[in-house]
Write a protein that binds this ligand. Structure first.
Ligand code: HEC
Length: 159
C-alpha cells in the first residue's frame, strides 16, 4: 500500500509539472499570435498603422510647393482622374458634404491632426466600414502625397 502511495505522489508531481509546462507554452504561443494583454490594450485605444505604412513620409518641401499643391487640388477635385473625386465627400473647403456625412472636418485643425502617414494609409487602403475607399489602384504614391499636401491647406487657411 505504501508503494502505491509513493507512485501516486510521483505521478501527480509529474502531471503537475507537465501541465505547468503546457500552460506556460500556451501563453507564449498565444502572445506570438498577438493575444498578449498589452497588445489588446494598444489596439483598443488607437489605430495601429500597419508596418508597411509606418515609414511613409511626405517628401520634403511638398507642403508648400505651389506645383505640388496645384496637382493635389486637381486630383482632389476629380480633374486628373474623374473616378477619384474626393471633393464629392470632403467638400471644397474640407468640410464634409452630405455624401461624406460622418467624415472629419478637415478645415478644423483639431480634427486634421493625424500624421501624414495615417492619411497616406487611409487614402491607400480606405477605412473599413465607412464610405472611405482605398485609392492605391487609382493614385500613384506621388499623387497620394500631392493630395495630402493639398488637404493640409484646409486647416491652415484663416477664415
Ligand atoms: C464616398 C465619400 C468619400 C470619398 C469619395 C472620399 N472620402 Fe475620404 N473619407 C470619407 C469618410 C466618410 C471618411 C471618414 C471615415 C471614418 O469614419 O473614419 C473619410 C476619411 C478620410 C481620411 C482620413 C481622415 C482621418 O483623420 O482618419 C482621409 C485622409 C481621406 N478621407 C482622404 C480622401 C481622399 C484624398 C479622397 C480622394 C482620393 C477621399 N478621401 C475620397 C468619405 C470619402
Amino acid at each position: 500500500m505504501k508503494k502505491v502511495g509513493k507512485v501516486l505522489k510521483v505521478s501527480l508531481t509529474v502531471l503537475g509539472l507537465v501541465s505547468a509546462l503546457i500552460f506556460f507554452n500556451l501563453g507564449e504561443a498565444l502572445s506570438i499570435f498577438g493575444f498578449s494583454e498589452e497588445e489588446k490594450k494598444d489596439t483598443e485605444h488607437s489605430v495601429q498603422i500597419p508596418p508597411e505604412y509606418k515609414g511613409k513620409k511626405m517628401p520634403r518641401g511638398w507642403l508648400t510647393d505651389p506645383k505640388v499643391l496645384a496637382a493635389g487640388q486637381a486630383i482632389y477635385e476629380g480633374k486628373t482622374i474623374p473616378k477619384v473625386k474626393c471633393v464629392g465627400c470632403h467638400g471644397e473647403d474640407g468640410k464634409p458634404t452630405r455624401k461624406g456625412r460622418g467624415g472629419p472636418d478637415l478645415s478644423d485643425p483639431a480634427e486634421a491632426q493625424e500624421p501624414d502617414r495615417l492619411w497616406f494609409w487611409r487614402i491607400s487602403e480606405g477605412t473599413p466600414r465607412t464610405k472611405m475607399r482605398g485609392h492605391k489602384k487609382h493614385l500613384t504614391e506621388e499623387q497620394r502625397w500631392q493630395v495630402i499636401a493639398y488637404m493640409r491647406t484646409f486647416a491652415k487657411s484663416t477664415n
